[in-house]
Write a protein that binds this ligand. Structure first.
Ligand code: ADP
Ligand code: MG
Length: 449
């Protein structure tokens, strides 16, 4: 089949319009901003991305969704093929424009702007999150006084970032002059690294230490980063001593933060710790009701309950599933019915329910590094294969926590010392190479959903 370029572009634009509202802005930007559709061949739809990392992310997180949408739009089963761009994109910004952009990035204040949607008003509370909700509210009524630090932890997509930012909004509303920093631990780290590179760490310190309110997201990402922890420790102390409110989120409680200095863990435990749990059915329905209201979608309560029963894992998924249904019902100009729910969410649920096991991780890693699963378990020893093999072994050990011997068996009968060696090789690399460490952490994050 030969389809005109224009047509490919228009199909791809439709896909992007559907997925954009379902993803956090940063993810969308990272994965799709520079993605380009290249051709359609038979039932394969080809896109080009900028690097392996983005390819891995799309394969792991978005491929099934995109294929579903493409199939819906084109009327037959479409599979997505992702290649890595070897030539630069033609629509590059002119040089001077780029330079200007760079300048303004350097000047930007610390942290990331708050998302206007993440307020207490838009937060639906239920059994699983009401404690975290209540203490977040209280902390923003009297910042620095009641709970300092406030430490919110819980799984992916359960509303930690939402609550953290809601605290920021609330405090700003009451005291607009508050100097607030909302930053992810990762951004804090990158900021530190670039300040070291540019030899202006004093400025970095000043920026963070003069804040009235520090909201740090995903503090678990500081694990293993000794220098950043050291820096953060001093920032923390300075703010704490001046009674400035600090709020932290994490995917696990302080005690379970591995590779985190004891003195930091102690500080984290010093204030109040609140968790968010996966939403029960009642809360899931309440959230969907709110979504339907906000989007002005006509849908019966029975259907909302039907959807809520099927998407249990987390609130982001639930909202994503609903957005998808709304998108399809508008494309097909029909109401959301049970039949549509079954058809559209069927795949998604099957995919999510799929247990993350040895084979799943092997496939993911092989796909990411563009080798085969057979290569991974083979005796081949070229670096192109040894490296992905070691990554797969490392991930299987850390995520599935299987005995070394069993992992050896799953990799062509290697003995447990070889497995141990692979794991320490990866750990070593992670300590030496930050970019690689990030890469592994993204794998871990994706696999722990
Ligand atoms: P986390 O930071 O825990 O991974 P987020 O705060 O990013 O999760 O939440 C994921 C999505 O779910 C966001 O769009 C957020 O607005 C929404 N969300 C989470 N919890 C709630 C809630 N209780 N009420 C309304 N929306 C919620
Ligand atoms: Mg978050």
């Amino acid at each position: 089949m030969k389809i005109e370029d224009k047509e490919i572009l228009s199909v791809w634009k439709k896909v992007l319009n559907i997925i954009k509202p379902q993803l956090p802005e940063a993810t969308y930007e990272m994965c799709f901003a520079s993605c380009e559709p290249t051709k359609i061949d038979g039932n394969q739809f080809f896109i080009e991305v900028s690097n392996m990392f983005v390819k891995g992310m799309i394969i792991d997180k978005h491929k099934i969704l995109i294929e579903g949408i493409l199939s819906g739009l084109m009327g037959f089963a479409v599979s997505l093929d992702i290649t890595i761009r070897t030539t630069p994109i033609l629509t590059r910004k002119p040089e001077n424009e780029k330079k200007q952009k760079k300048k303004s990035i350097n000047k930007k204040p610390a942290g990331i702007p708050l998302n206007p949607k993440y307020t207490f008003d838009s937060f639906v509370s239920g059994k699983s999150n009401e404690f975290a909700y209540a203490v977040s509210n209280a902390a923003s009524e009297s910042p620095g006084k009641l709970y300092n630090p406030l430490f919110i932890y819980g799984g992916v997509g359960l509303g930690k970032t939402h609550l953290l930012q809601a605290i920021g909004h609330h405090i700003l509303e009451r005291k607009p002059k508050t100097s607030l920093i909302y930053v992810s631990a990762e951004e804090f780290m990158n900021d530190l690294i670039s300040s070291i590179k540019n030899k202006n760490t004093p400025e970095f310190r000043k920026k963070y230490r003069k804040a009235d309110l520090l909201l740090m997201d995903d503090v678990q990402l500081l694990a293993g980063r000794i220098q950043t922890q050291e820096e953060f420790f001093h920032t923390f102390n300075e703010l704490f001593q001046r009674n400035k409110q600090i709020v932290l989120t994490s995917d696990r409680p302080p005690k379970r933060l591995a590779q985190m200095e004891d003195r930091l863990v102690n500080r984290f435990e010093h204030g109040l710790i609140a968790d968010v749990q996966p939403p029960d059915l009642e809360l899931r329905i309440a959230i969907l009701k709110k979504e339907a209201e906000d989007k002005e979608v006509e849908v019966t309560e029975e259907i909302l309950a039907y959807v809520a029963e099927r998407v249990e894992s987390n609130i982001r998924e639930l909202q994503g599933a609903f957005t998808r249904l709304v998108a399809y019902s508008s494309i097909e100009k029909s109401f959301i019915t049970r039949e549509l729910v079954d058809r559209i969410l069927g795949d998604l649920i099957k995919f999510k329910k799929q247990k993350i096991n040895v084979e799943y991780i092997k496939n993911l890693v092989a796909d990411y590094y563009e080798v085969t699963v057979a290569d991974l378990i083979s005796k081949k020893r070229s670096n192109k294969i040894t490296h992905p093999r070691q990554v797969a072994i490392y991930l299987i050990r850390t995520i599935l926590d299987l005995p070394l011997q069993l992992i050896g068996e799953k990799f062509g009968g290697r003995d447990h010392t070889t497995i141990m060696h692979s794991i320490s090789k990866i750990e070593d690399m992670m300590n030496r190479n930050l970019e690689f460490k990030n890469e592994i952490e993204i794998f871990e994050k994706n696999l722990s959903i």
